[in-house]
Design a protein around this ligand. Sequence first.
Ligand code: ADE
Length: 355
Amino acid sequence: MAIISDDDRINNKVKAKNEDITPSETSFDMSFETNIRPKFFDEYIGQTSLKATLKISIEAAKKREMPLDHILFYGPPGLGKTTLASVIANEMNTNIKITSAPALERPRDIIGLLMSLKAGDVLFIDEIHRLNKISEEILYPAMEDFCLDMTTGKSQTLKSIRIPVPKFTLIGATTKAGSLSSPLRDRFGIIHRLEFYSEEELTMVIMRTAKIIGVKTDEKGAKAIAKRSRGTPRIANRLVKRVRDYAAVKSNGAINEQISNEALDILQIDKFGLDNTDRALLNIIAEKYNGGPVGIETLATALGDDAKTIEDVYEPYLVQRGFLQRTPRGRMLSPYACKCFEFNSSSQIQKKLFD
Ligand code: ADE
């Protein structure tokens, strides 16, 4: 069965998540990920109001000596949904099992997983919107009544039985809250959207990471990385590694503003945090489609990427920064994008958008 984590590997039993590991990443990168992951709320930077709400729910659950309500986190990738789930398990002093919906293809995957839980455990299912109907229906009574509805026997002797499962907390994560079926969504007691991080919060994340991995970093150096991290700690931490390498080769290993800027310029990440693909996407809308609107599938074909990656990975930040607009007729550049970027056809598009 495709359960990715079981017990005690690091401090409080959280293993690296399979799908966070790209083929090029080594065991060094995995231990980097696990070392820098905050384990408790006091180490977790950002998502302030969400943390406040969760702390109260956790304290109340502990007082009642009951598991926490089921929780759904949604929002763009890289904002710390998995990290937050493991922080919750640590704060509740319980185990966490981490998996993702595509690993729960067969009924026996989810049944086995539920049966393997211990009372109070946290079960984290990433990409929960991808759960198939059968697995989803197995989950309903488990979430609601902590039991599995099973059938035994054949035709005339067919009997339905209820098998208890330990009281657990399901934490679901999705980048697409709208794709979740309402019966599933309605079974979560706590539903929260994770927000992009501010520049100040990301600066703190970077300073913390640099300290853990033993790289001397001043605040301006960290801020220069934060500015280009798209409001996303996963990206900030990835860039810290690249800037660290650059600092080691070109200087004395310490990160400052100049080193950060030089390293990020080489990576072609601009002052808005956009990389070549983001800029190519905006450029295609400008040059090929006169500023839009253009349908997502057409855009995907023109960019040579798939529509889902564009929707889930590139668009949220472009929309949040106000460069891109999603309209019922398709994607459009914003007037603000035309002010910030030099497209060959800028004046033409501006005229179209402003008139
Ligand atoms: N590393 C990744 N996300 C973090 C966060 N929210 N706080 C501290 N360190 C992090």
